[in-house]
Design a protein around this ligand. Sequence first.
Ligand code: NG1
Ligand code: ZN
Length: 529
Amino acid sequence: MHLEAVLRLSAHHCKPAGLTLQYGTAGFRTKAEHLDHVMYRMGLLAVLRSKKTKSVIGVMVTASHNPEEDNGVKLVDPMGEMLVQEWELHATNLANAEEHELQTVLTNIIKQEAISMQVESCVAIGRDTRPSSENLSLAVLDGVIALESKYQDYGLVTTPQLHYVVCCRNTDGRYGEPTVEGYYQKLSQAFKDLVEQSPDCGAEQRCLSIDGANGIGALKVKEMEEHLQPILLLQLFNDGSKGKLNHACGADYVKVQQKPPEGIDMKPGERCCSFDGDADRIVYYYKDCDDRFHLLDGDKIATLISTFIKGLLVKVDLKLNMGVVQTAYANGSSTRYLENIMKVPVYCAKTGVKHLHHKAQEFDIGVYFEANGHGTVLFSKTAEEQIRQLTNMGASEEIRKAAQMLENVINLINQTVGDAISDMLVIEAILFLKNLTVQKWDEMYTDLPNRQLKVTVSDRKVIDTTDAERRTVKPPGLQEKIDELVKSYNLARSFVRPSGTEDVVRVYAEADTQENADALAHAVSLAVY
Ligand code: NG1
Ligand code: ZN
């Protein structure tokens, strides 16, 4: 193996001795100044992964909803999914190798994975709008160049757009044209086809206010806007021209703080939504006439979408099984509504999109959403084929129409990963078709009041969980304490888990009133501390 170029270029991206990081649910994520060497090495790893899979591999530079000073990097696998678990370990080993160990660690990965270095490779690179992202993506590029690989730099893109182009590149364009323009074309066409049959609605119903979190999503919505007119009239706030990325705005802020972002002009009853910093999450909200804030989070989105799809499935009379996948953070009311009223099976997965994605793949139609607004719908090959067949030769006009709508949903939803823009268009289309206001959608069920808190502890790893993170097994006695506290409240539920992206323990509690949810969360925090 000739790795001289790798070692020579690595001298420009030296690892600070002793610094260790872990490839977690969101890839690597930390302060931007600690990431240069990680980026270079992820460039190297992407090339190896590309050679191993004989496919284009994506590298996205972003830290999503985290503060502007942070950054991060994620690898995207051939079909646009997250990097496979076994390679997360390679990523961690490579990122943590001291300079003098780099050659050995790299050679070990090549050997262990039996990678033939002669195989061609190609890496697709994208980045968000953080000030640090451009230089960090150049460091990724250096790694790619060091291994003499082909690459394409897509520049400023949302995370889901990069997942989309990677999937297109590896499926000979069957998923779509592998460009950002191709993404706009595919989505806007599917959106228009889907809403074609909606009742004529007034201008008010066609207006949507978007909080772009001062990030890449804002930029891309501006680019896409003209494709959606005149059906959808978008008003963009926090477009990045003034404010700081994710600062007092964006989907995470709105969800965790349970209040509107700063910088948005909200009138009573108006439909608003917030993207996060890399536009893979979305939450909706509105203010009622009494100035009360109402949040429609990932659970409400999952409910809206699965109800709509289920309705169409009944019409086409296909025996396709549909399941909804949530995490422990899903509001208890949403789970009860889906199971008891909608009669849809619901599953709980561990936090982190890859866990939900894998579970959702077990169904013909798998709807998955994290409460924070990250999610999508997956259609199996069988489901897609059966639906497509009916669009050509449905037994009746009604069946053909319903099948056509399902096909439009398939084209509109970004099946590779949660996507704020794509999810927004699916939601908007359903609201148009069903002639639903945001208030009516909100009334599907009433969320139980809930509270999320963070607790800083000396070592969050002392907490170990089971049952999709709903119960702790370590430290001894903690679960018993939580059980005891939960007993003293009505409709209560609480759990704690170590965060995968921050050095904190997260506490979640829900109960019959906000005061009780707050009190329970507080009491559980003290038990953790
Ligand atoms: P952690 O920090 O492990 O809680 C957070 C989100 C996840 C997911 C990841 C990746 C919550 C409670 N957790 O994970 O849902 O989005 O970040 O970005 O929202
Ligand atoms: Zn994100």
